[in-house]
Design a protein around this ligand. Structure first.
Ligand code: KG4
Length: 333
């Protein structure tokens, strides 16, 4: 089944052609350079840039795959969660294509798509546990089947990526700061800076806003004394705290559910320290670990195509009244 997939939930306009779990083409037009001027994503600008880019991005995805529009069997599109104006651009373009080509339209949940990045060219099969961490979401999910999900816990405030990005901004680093913090961080040094270890009531829940505020206050207090923190050591301290929090709760969930397979997903799954601690923990506890290729960690449409394939098999196609939603639980259906 040949699927043209479209993703426009945040600041990447992406299209891909997929066949079951294989990727024939994967095109991503990023808007990062423009949003960088404002230190974060400006929703209005994101929608306008998607509108400008979407036709060419889809055309290129079809050409790169070596097919014609007429060869496409279905259109998969991210419909939630995300920036509403941004989502609507991709969704309406997908609707138009589905009507003009006379093929089904498949609604894809953004976090289900991130999880599906782990299926690309691998043998991974549910059930398994997945930690999904991005700029807007942090959630531990039991993946019961390709389209059946049980959320076990998640962040009670900020996402892990938001924590990295805002601390990076306070340090004067470019957006998206998570990537830069990871690159400049020295080896872990837990005692160098007194960052707190946040606690939550929910056993599988996370909290990142206190950690974010503590790191930002530390930077501002140092500035008031005319000092600059050691950026590389602070980056390493923050990265270690976040990675350990994510890993500890994930391993607790793995132990309690008895699941022996773990996957990670989302932009922050590219984090080197998170990958390291998860690998180490999985080796110790005999858990099989799936890490998506770096090009499939951030927002892309290849993962939407693969998720869309399974949604289609489960009978999830959209009608003409399909809408976009800024929020939507992963177990919505
Ligand atoms: O999944 P994504 O591309 O977009 C959504 O939020 O849906 O994730 C973007 C987030 C940003 O917060 C970015 O700073 C973070 O992923 N990120 C990283 C790394 N690469 C991207 N955070 C930490 N370490 C990285 N290597």
């Amino acid at each position: 089944m040949t699927i043209l997939a479209i993703e426009s939930s945040c600041d990447e306009t992406a299209a891909a052609v997929t066949r079951e779990r294989s990727v024939l083409s994967n095109v991503v037009a990023t808007q990062i350079a423009e949003h960088r001027l404002y230190g974060g994503v400006v929703p209005e600008i994101a929608s306008r840039r998607h509108t400008e880019a979407i036709s060419e991005v889809c055309k290129k995805a079809v050409a790169d795959a070596g097919i014609e529009y007429g060869d496409i069997d279905a259109i998969a599109v991210t419909f939630a969660p995300g920036l509403i104006g941004a989502l609507l651009v991709g969704l309406n373009f997908a609707k138009g294509l589905s009507v003009s080509l006379g093929v089904p339209l498949i609604p894809v949940h953004h976090l289900r798509a991130h999880i599906a990045a782990n299926y690309i060219d691998t043998d991974l099969k549910p059930p398994f546990l997945c930690l999904t961490v991005s700029g807007g979401n942090t959630i531990i999910t039991k993946v019961n089947d390709y389209t059946s999900f049980s959320p076990l816990g998640g962040t009670t405030d900020d996402a892990a990526g938001e924590c990295f990005d805002k601390v990076a901004r306070a340090l004067g680093l470019e957006y998206p700061g998570g990537v830069t913090l990871d690159r400049i961080a020295t080896e872990p040094d837990f005692t160098a800076y007194p960052l707190p270890v946040p606690h939550t009531a929910g056993v599988y829940d996370f909290s990142f806003s206190g950690l974010k505020t503590a790191a930002v206050n530390l930077i501002h207090n140092a500035a008031q004394r005319g000092e600059t923190p050691d950026v590389s050591v602070l980056a390493a301290t923050l990265r270690s705290r976040v990675a350990k929090m994510l890993a500890d709760k994930t391993f607790l969930a793995a132990r309690d559910t008895g699941l022996k397979t773990l996957a990670i997903a989302g932009g922050v799954s590219a984090n080197s320290e998170l990958r390291r601690v998860l690998k180490e923990g999985c080796e110790k506890s005999g858990v099989a670990l799936y890490l998506p290729e770096l090009k499939y960690c951030g927002d892309n449409a290849a993962m939407v195509g693969v998720a869309g394939y399974y949604e289609y098999l489960s009978g999830n196609t959209a009608g003409a009244d399909m809408n976009a939603f800024a929020t939507m639980p992963i177990d919505y259906r």
